[in-house]
Design a protein around this ligand. Sequence first.
Ligand code: PMP
Length: 404
Amino acid sequence: MSDLFSKFDALIAERAGVLSTGIRDPFAIVMEEVLSPTVAMIQGRETILLGTYNYMGMTFDPDVIAAGQDALARFGAGTTGSRVLNGTYQGHKECEDALIAFYGMEHAMVFSTGYQANLGMVSTLAGKGDYIILDADSHASIYDGCYLGNADIVRFKHNSAEDLEKRLRRLPAEAHKLVILEGVYSMLGDVAPLKELVAIAKAHGCMVLVDEAHGMGFFGEHGRGVYEAAGVADDVDFVVGTFSKSVGTVGGFCVSNHPKFEILRLVCRPYTFTASLPPAVVACAATSIRKLMHAGDKRERLWAMTRTLHGGLKARGFRLATETPESAIVSVLMPDQETTVRMWAAMIELGVYVNMSRPPATPAGVFLLRCSLCAEHSAEQLATVLDRFAMAAEHVGLFRQAAE
Ligand code: PMP
């Protein structure tokens, strides 16, 4: 029988094929209990979490939890409304003030998720007759923002300054243009050459939006992101980010110095037509952001962990997506889908949770076991992880296969 679901048949068959081998579904992991930022109970077993975006370990910060509990008791479980009607509480203002202080910018707008922040900013900023020029490996939320809006879309080759320049040269000089970049690309964990890319965008009169979802907290002197570390803060018009990674809760935002920024609250549909974040969430976020302004020690620990994991995996013969550790994401390249699933399953059986990533989340033909570090990982946990990677590789015959 053919119906609206027929278009998913190939994917349903592929999943059934994988699961029929008796392997656990990598996309159906349930954490029965979360013991700390780095350990959870999965199928009754203590499992080391090496596949979350809890980079700074803020989910269990005592001050963050206390702020959330207090707001829950004083303001209730939810706002039941949009930011522009009944959904702006003191906590949302405090959150925006914390972002203004953290980024040293004049305006901040808090969205209900980072996905919605991109959806809203991208679709609202560039309209009919405008151009959006984006990196081909952009996050789904950026692409979806393009689909929601009316601008003409131009893609350039991932992280290629040369291709960006070539494409900008072809566009009408008088048209309004928005170049969209990310500080860290979350699949391969590679960092964008923002100095070069932003300079080219500015030379062509473009506005620049940088998504710092995976850079906030530990890149740059103040932890603002890769754009800060690259020294291009004065040339970036909009920074988009999320509370679901270093901040340790949920929500999204955009910060900017543009004098007309506040009008976006009335014209940005993914901001206006949805309920605002619950009071407990914004209280957690504001507290966490304020603490991240003084998190130099955590930042150093995170980088040390990243170097240990990257170097340790390389020494054990794994192929990694970046030659050197570029961010807190360390991606292990896998030869094909089947081996990826088997390696992932072996790791979870050994008590280590990593992300399995495959197209369309990854570039075509790229299969990954993605690891992400937390400032709270201990040296012992990393030693255990490295041992278990080697055991899992042995179990699935990864290196034998690669040598054939
Ligand atoms: N941008 C990037 C680059 C991301 O990786 C993500 C989430 N993984 C988002 C935006 C969306 O963030 P959120 O989880 O807050 O919706």
